[in-house]
Design a protein around this ligand. Structure first.
Ligand code: FES
Length: 56
């Protein structure tokens, strides 16, 4: 599912970024250039990040 339409980032990209070692949501954003354009995806992206961490 696309999370960030501006940058073409999916929920899988976010999970893969965590698996690759991003240690915070800020690092995920930086690694993927997520939410850097219109910013509308930030809240949903954060929810995906949080729920993935809670699934461990
Ligand atoms: Fe992510 Fe616009 S949808 S920056």
């Amino acid at each position: 599912m696309y999370v960030c339409l501006c940058k073409g980032i999916t929920d899988k990209h976010i999970r893969d970024s965590v698996d690759a070692g991003a240690g915070s949501f800020r690092e995920v954003r930086r690694a993927l250039d997520l939410a850097s354009q219109c910013g509308k995806c930030g809240v949903v992206a954060r929810e995906i990040y949080d729920s993935y961490l809670n699934s461990y």
